[in-house]
Structures are given as C-alpha cells and as structure tokens.
Write a protein that binds this ligand. Structure first.
Ligand code: AMP
Length: 370
C-alpha cells in the first residue's frame, strides 16, 4: 500500500511513523517553500509548483493507492483534480467546509449542532455592526488562515474596537463570535471507514495558552456520561453527513450540561497526540486504517493519558531522559510558540496525572512565556 500525504508537517511525520510498521509506503507533497525536515527519511517528497495537478501530480507522487491531507490550508481544487486517479480522504468537500469558519458554522447550524452566537463581517462597517449586535467581550476571527490564535482578536471595550479598525483599510471575511463562558474545553476524535464503521476516543480535556493548545488529558476528568454521549452524537452526525472517511476532530466548550462546538478539524489533531500511549490504537494508525479500509483499532485507554506540547522549547535533559514519559520531537527548528514536539505520559489515577502535568508544565516553561 502506498499513501501520499498532502503536507510535510509533524502530523504527516507521525502518520508515516504509524504507517511504516504496517508496511505502508509514503510520499509527500510540499508547498514550494515548505520546510520538509519533519518527514525527512520517511518517503519521497514532491515540491508543488504552479500547474502541477491532476494526473501529472499523481504520477509525480509515485501513483499512490490513496491520498490524504495533514494540513488545514490546502487547495481543494487540487484535491478534486486528483480524485479521478485514486481516492482522496477525507473528502475535499469536508475539507473545504472546515477551512472556512463561515462555511463551517453554516454547516453546524444546518445540522442543529450548538455553536456560539455569531455574525459574518468583511468590512469595517459590518465588523462594527456585528460587535454592536453581539456586545462585549467578543472574538473576531478571520474565516481563513486562522489557527493557533492567529488572525484572531478578543475585544473587551469599544476603544479596542476603534484601535483595531484604525489598523487596516481592508478586511478579510471574518466571523464575529460572542464570548462563551465555558467551564472547560474538550475535544472528541473519531474515525470512520468507507464501509461506515466508526470508533470514538474518549473525550479529551484541553488547556490553551494565548490561543494555542498546551496540554490535554484523556479521558476528560469527571465528565458526565451525558456530555460524553453528546460529544459522540455530534461527531457521529458530522461523519454521517459527509460520509466521511478518516479521522475527524470536534473541539467544544463545556457550558453546564451542554457542549458548544468551537471548531472542526478534518484530520488527526494535536489534542489526540496522547493516543500514541495508554494502550490504544493511535489516532494516526486509526486514520490510516480508516482510509485504507482496514479494521479500526481499540480507542479505550488502559490508563489516564496526558500530553504536554513543547511550544518553542525543548525539555530539560532530566525530563527528556525520564523513562516515565515519552518524548516526541518533530525535527523542527525552535522558534517562539512553534510546536516542536510533545511529551506523553500515563497514570492509573486521573488526579495524579493532572498534578504530574502541572509539574511538568511548570518545569518545561520555567524560562519561557507563551
Ligand atoms: P480557536 O482558534 O477558535 O480554536 O480559538 C482559540 C482559543 O480561543 C479557544 O481554544 C478558546 O480558548 C478561545 N476562544 C475562541 N473562541 C471563543 C469564544 N467564542 N468564547 C470564549 N473563548 C473562545
């Protein structure tokens, strides 16, 4: 089996590392200027260039059996051009919706899935009207190219809005969102195969710093069975809606006894890196199993599992050397806030795991602010 991955980042790296023991070969499509250190040695890398698409690109990728995608921003018309040559999973239709916050919210609304009140805007006037309508505090997010808190503003006063409006003459398409007063943030990761078989990992609790994921714990401690069920129903509705094939992630806010969906990721996700430990079939392997039509693997961890992101920092030697943790390094150059690796750890006790994560975070970030 030969799988081509569109993208060369850490998700492509970890997918390939999960696929090699299964005998899967890989090739990768890189953007013209994309750094390919993450996938070095894991397969052939093809550089994208203007006009390279369809059958010609398929040939350049070595005529794979399947094509999959690791990154958010991908030209979906390029994916569509590859479909006559081999299956492309997840389907470009789902990717096209998820890469635009406005389309994503419209789909969630249509499916009756709870989301924060929002307005669309694409100019200073519509932005101001949307903020007036929703009131403060408010989140402004560009519809595209917004991830890890990029192209995103949180406003609490009219003065901040005036300052922001003065910054630019033109505005991209944006969603303006009311602030959700949530108790915590969670995500659910599920996989579906072409024959409709599905698996869900337990709901994961996530903590963010400056809009970027810093740590996760699964199963989310003390989550009610009703919330767990709601999360499963939401992800299953989306999988069914698209006839989706592969791994899909849904990020949610917990508000009392309800989940409010924040965003979708049509791929393996940072909040699922803990699945590389704790005795489950990892999200990377299950994604490959789903797209290759192999039986889906176990998703129920034997122990509580945690993950700490390494954001622009490597852990001290004592932590890197510890047999109590698994260090994953992506081969990237270290830059502030950049995801350069993560640490996974497990514990029989959820409270102790969360305390160990606290201590780890303090130690790893003692000299670094995110
Ligand atoms: P996003 O890029 O949409 O995932 O947002 C990054 C982070 O900002 C989220 O994980 C939340 O911590 C916070 N955030 C985003 N939107 C909202 C909202 N409407 N209400 C409260 N917090 C939010």
């Amino acid at each position: 089996m030969h799988v081509a991955i569109i993208g060369c980042g850490q998700l492509a790296r970890m997918m390939a590392l999960a696929g090699w023991p299964m005998g899967i070969r890989f090739s990768f499509l890189a953007n013209p200027d994309e750094n390919i250190d993450c996938v070095e040695g894991l397969g052939t890398v093809v550089r994208g260039q203007d006009g390279l698409e369809g059958a010609e690109l398929y040939q350049a990728l070595g005529c794979p059996d399947l094509i999959t995608v690791e990154r958010e921003q991908v030209d979906t018309s390029l994916l569509v051009s590859l479909q006559p040559s081999c299956p492309v999973y997840p389907q470009p239709e789902a990717i096209q919706v998820c890469q635009h916050r406005g389309r994503e919210k419209a789909t969630l609304e249509k499916l009756g899935i709870p989301i924060a009140p929002y307005r669309l805007a694409d100019s200073a006037e519509t932005l101001k009207a949307a903020v007036d309508d929703l009131g403060y505090p408010v989140f402004i997010k560009s519809c595209e190219e917004g991830y890890d808190g990029q192209n995103q503003w949180r406003l609490t006063t009219p003065d901040q809005l005036s300052a922001l409006l003065a910054e630019r003459d033109s505005w991209p398409a944006m969603v303006v969102e009311a602030k959700v007063s949530f108790e915590r943030e969670v995500s659910i990761i599920a996989a579906q195969s072409a024959d409709g078989s599905q698996v869900c990992y337990p709901v994961t609790e996530n903590a963010h710093k400056s809009g970027i994921l810093i740590r996760s714990q699964a199963p989310a401690p003390n989550l009610t069975p009703a919330l767990e069920q709601q999360a499963q129903q939401i992800v299953q509705r989306l999988l069914g809606h698209w006839g989706y094939v592969g791994v899909l992630t849904v990020e949610c806010f917990v508000v009392g006894d309800q989940l409010v969906v924040n965003e979708l990721a049509p791929r393996v996700h940072n909040s699922g890196h803990w699945t590389q430990g704790a005795g489950v079939c990892s999200q990377f392997e299950n994604h490959l199993r789903a797209i290759c039509g192999l039986g889906l693997g176990n998703t129920q961890p034997l122990q509580n599992a945690g993950m700490l992101n390494l954001l622009g920092v490597m852990p001290p030697a004592s932590i890197a050397a510890s047999g109590e943790l698994q260090l994953h390094v992506y081969n990237k150059q270290i830059r502030p806030r950049r995801k350069v690796g993560h640490l996974n750890l497990q514990d029989q006790d959820a409270l102790r795991l969360s305390q160990r994560l606290n201590a780890l975070e303090e130690c790893v970030y003692s000299d670094t602010t995110i």
